[in-house]
Design a protein around this ligand. Structure first.
Ligand code: LLP
Length: 425
């Protein structure tokens, strides 16, 4: 019979006298009453502290927040205010970052298939780096600069170092069989460096790699750093970008290195090999995942004797597709009974019209759970809201930042009219 491992909760959580969980000094029942459920509740100070930890570990202007993990204007502004640059992977992410007041010169543009429009937008706005991913992209940059799209951009080449990280196949990117980057082993990486150096439409300033996401082994990062250092040192370029990918603990028993430990491993590896370039990283998940929990309301509880119990909540795969996509595990608990034993085993499901709509295949929950209870899922701050959908025309949940007893919404709940905003009838 397990109780919730409180280490999975964000830094600034506590339990009120009547047993109700608070985040950033805000009671979860109050937040739910004011903003409805489902709702993404972020511990704002936790976000800031992870940004600060990363900046302390790597240095100012050396941490590039991977906005794909969670992006809204409040988050873009927060990361930028805390001294980070922003990694955007599409024109849309760049638009949101810039509309938050983040200058393009603090953004780097990623993507294995950037469109002409995205490249034009980035070059004319003057992004800090375009992370070039293919020879076809080089053709497009040549054409755009020749057509006067903007100043010659500083570019960083994405390299596939041939290092496999132990993580889910869909989020492993450093191996040779990858759609990303220039392959080191087959010579493409060297050919890309030669071409970029000869080109008058781009200024080569560095090389980049990203071996995968949710990686728990510090040694995988050290290995990639070594391979990249071997490649980068003779090039003598100012920048070496080692990607993101640091894993986080989602369920009890998982242990991930801290951002500080990750920094030590990477920077020690680079130093011992003699890297003189400026080393930067692009963390996403490790900044935002543990900062948030999703709060749902239990709507139905169905016991099927001899089979299992289904507990249904008012969200599901549209606010957290990760269990379905990657088989990812999550914990769940009742904010009114944080430390209660969770003796009941149930399948926690959403409200979507398909059986695959599962949030937790084997959830442990208190056996006195009733319809109407608030149910929380911790560590949902990364790749939940950002990968959400409107499946079944479910409206996307709001995002609320909680700090010092103040809960302020930074993304409102979608309305039915929002569902029609792009529908031309
Ligand atoms: N840099 C690059 C070039 C990336 O492709 C990524 C993530 C990151 C940085 C940030 O990685 P992080 O620190 O967040 O692991 N949707 C998947 C994750 C996909 C990650 C894609 N790239 C998930 O929910 O697990």
């Amino acid at each position: 019979m397990s109780t919730l491992d409180r280490r999975l909760l964000s830094d600034n959580t506590a339990v009120d006298d009547d047993g109700m969980l608070t985040v950033g000094g805000c009671r979860i029942d109050d937040v739910a009453a004011e903003y409805g459920t489902p709702v993404f509740v972020y511990d704002e100070q936790h976000l800031r502290d992870r940004c600060r930890e990363a900046v302390a570990a790597f240095g100012r202007d050396r941490v590039i927040y991977a906005t794909k993990a969670f992006l809204c204007r409040a988050m873009a502004k927060l990361a930028y205010d805390e001294g980070m640059l922003l990694d955007v992977a599409s024109g849309g992410e760049l638009h949101v970052a810039m509309s938050a007041g983040v200058p393009a010169s603090a953004c780097t543009l990623h993507g294995n298939n950037k469109s002409i429009a995205e490249l034009r937008m980035a070059i004319s706005a003057g992004v800090k780096h375009v992370i070039v991913d293919s020879f076809d992209e080089m053709d497009r940059i040549d054409a755009l600069v020749a057509a006067g799209a903007g100043d010659v951009p500083d570019v960083v080449l994405r390299i596939t170092p041939g290092v496999s990280a132990y993580t889910h196949e869909f989020i492993s990117t450093g191996q040779n069989d990858s759609k990303f980057g220039f392959n080191l082993e087959n010579g493409d990486a060297h050919r890309a460096v030669d071409r970029a150096r000869r080109s008058s439409s781009m200024q080569l300033v560095g090389v980049h790699c990203h071996i995968g996401s949710n990686v728990f082994e510090a040694s995988s990062f050290a290995k990639a750093a070594e391979v990249m250092a071997d490649f980068a040192i003779p090039l003598d370029l100012p920048e070496l970008v080692l990607g993101g990918g640091l894993g986080v603990a989602y369920v009890a028993g998982e242990e991930a290195p801290t951002i500080t430990q990750w920094g030590n491993v990477l920077l020690d590896a680079c130093q011992s090999i003699g890297v003189r370039s400026k080393v930067s990283v692009e963390p996403g998940r490790s900044i935002v995942a543990a900062a948030a929990m999703t709060v749902y309301t239990v709507g139905t509880i169905k016991h099927i004797p001899g089979v299992r119990t289904y507990v249904s909540v008012d969200g599901g795969m549209s606010d957290n597709p990760r269990p379905v996509l990657y088989g990812s595990g999550y914990e769940s608990f009742l904010p009114r009974a944080v430390d209660d034993p969770r003796a009941m085993s149930a399948r926690l499901v959403g409200k979507h019209c398909e059986s695959g709509d599962v949030l937790s295949f084997e959830a442990a929950l208190p056996s006195d759970i009733v319809v109407g209870d608030l149910l929380a899922m911790p560590v949902t701050g990364a790749y939940g809201q950002s990968m959400g959908s409107n499946y079944n025309k479910i409206t996307r949940p709001p995002v609320v930042f909680c700090a010092e007893g103040d809960a302020h919404p930074v993304v409102r709940r979608e309305t039915f009219d929002d569902l029609l905003a792009t529908d031309l009838g």
